[in-house]
Write a protein that binds this ligand. Sequence first.
Ligand SMILES: Cc1cc2nc3c(=O)[nH]c(=O)nc-3n(C[C@H](O)[C@H](O)[C@H](O)COP(=O)(O)OP(=O)(O)OC[C@H]3O[C@@H](n4cnc5c(N)ncnc54)[C@H](O)[C@@H]3O)c2cc1C
Length: 488
Amino acid sequence: MFRRMLRLGWGRGQDLSVRRLSIRKRGSTLDWNGRVSEFKKKIRSILPGEDRNPLYDTSHLPPERCDVVIVGGGVLGLSVAYWLKKLEKRQGAIRVLVVERDHTYSQASTGLSVGGIRQQFSLPENIQLSLFSASFLRNINEHLAVVDDPPLDLKFNPLGYLLLASEKGAATMENNVKVQRQEGAKVCLMSPEQLRNKFPWINTEGVALASYGMENEGWFDPWCLLQGLRRKVQSMGVFFCQGEVTRFISSSSSMKNTSGEEVNLKRIYEVHVKMDHSLEYQPVECALVINAAGAWSGQIAELAGIGKGPLGTLQGTKLPVEPRKRYVYLWHCPQGPGLEAPLVSDSSGAYFRREGLGNNYIGGRSPTEEEEPDPKNLEVDHGFFQDKVWPPLAQRVPAFETLKVRSAWAGYYDYNTFDQNGVVGPHPLVMNMYFATGFSGHGLQQAPGVGRAVAEMVLEGHFQTIDLSSFFFSRFYLGEKIQEHIII
Ligand SMILES: Cc1cc2nc3c(=O)[nH]c(=O)nc-3n(C[C@H](O)[C@H](O)[C@H](O)COP(=O)(O)OP(=O)(O)OC[C@H]3O[C@@H](n4cnc5c(N)ncnc54)[C@H](O)[C@@H]3O)c2cc1C
């Protein structure tokens, strides 16, 4: 009878108390609720402990113990999970748990991004990360195929990025392209005349130089990558839990550093996960925590005590990652650029690309510090398009004079206020918290490489493929910015 009840979906305490179902069988009425409550009473009388409820379903709870807890199930958290399982020495050696508070990802950056990948960065690390990602995406089904499931189609559009520089930015653009080529990226420089020949719909007034990515650049479906990673890591034995990480329990010890300063070292040994729609929480013992909470990773760092110390000390140094709201507008323009149009990033900061085949386009512009909108909700400011995005776009592509905005959305950049670059690797004081965050608008395309780098760090103690030591947390304390010139 017990099995039958569970099969009927009656295992949940709530259902049992709420439903009153009667089933007529061969002329007699069976009062299932009465039976169940009798049955529960009987079990309670023979089992020790008043609180125990053998009919309570615990499948939504995370495991009590695992090796690695990943906070955040966006593209970065999932990529770390994937690479940890892929690189583990023995199958099943590492127990990995991904904790994600919103399985619809309604506010997560990944699904709200515009899906772009480019090699046109100024830092060799960023170029290498994106080169690796391009090869990962190209071979997506070698990495993420799951037996008996259909192959992934990322809907990759290999149309490149076209960056435009004014007289003022031309020399920097030339230097950037030199670095990109040294790292193996195929990028060409174009004069205004060459630009006019190739893309006649561009008004080159005010353009001194352009750089154009000829390979490994374009855009793809970020949701497909996210779901593909989720499906794959589940097939590799990664645990998932819908809940919110609300607390870390740590042990600590003090020691003196080389300059005689006392430092407090911490090690997290338990993560508290608050279950969805409930006050219930589950403690999870663990050896290591990955902070992949995207725009909210600054808050997760704070929960672990990071930044809670005297100003100017390592202990008092915060993780400088916060949510910054970015708008994306979708417009229709029958006379707009044709199917060959790349993602165009204007010297004004405005950008656009085609969206599908029906003469629809998406685009936007990052606000200046003074224009930064309040990030407390994801409402769209349509005035921002009218005043700040449309004028430079219509100046650059005259056909856009007649565009009609059809819809818009907003998402959060996981914005690193210090130098707009990623943060990767362990915290120097909270020694078992590792970061995979802060990519400020280029985290989607770098997720495959970053996940691999974090897994290498965890499993081997050092980077094995791309050296990302310049992305360590310690730079915030040391005041050493790593400046990326091309942030879109
Ligand atoms: C408008 C826009 C356009 C963009 N365009 C591009 C682009 O073209 N190319 C590119 O490479 N990048 C782009 N990005 C940036 C990119 O989307 C992000 O860098 C990337 O998605 C970050 O991934 P993530 O996994 O760190 O964050 P997210 O996808 O935000 O995932 C973090 C997850 O952590 C969860 N979480 C937070 N706190 C907790 C907690 N306490 N407990 C449990 N879970 C928690 C959240 O629910 C969330 O799902 C864009 C971003 C935006 C907003």
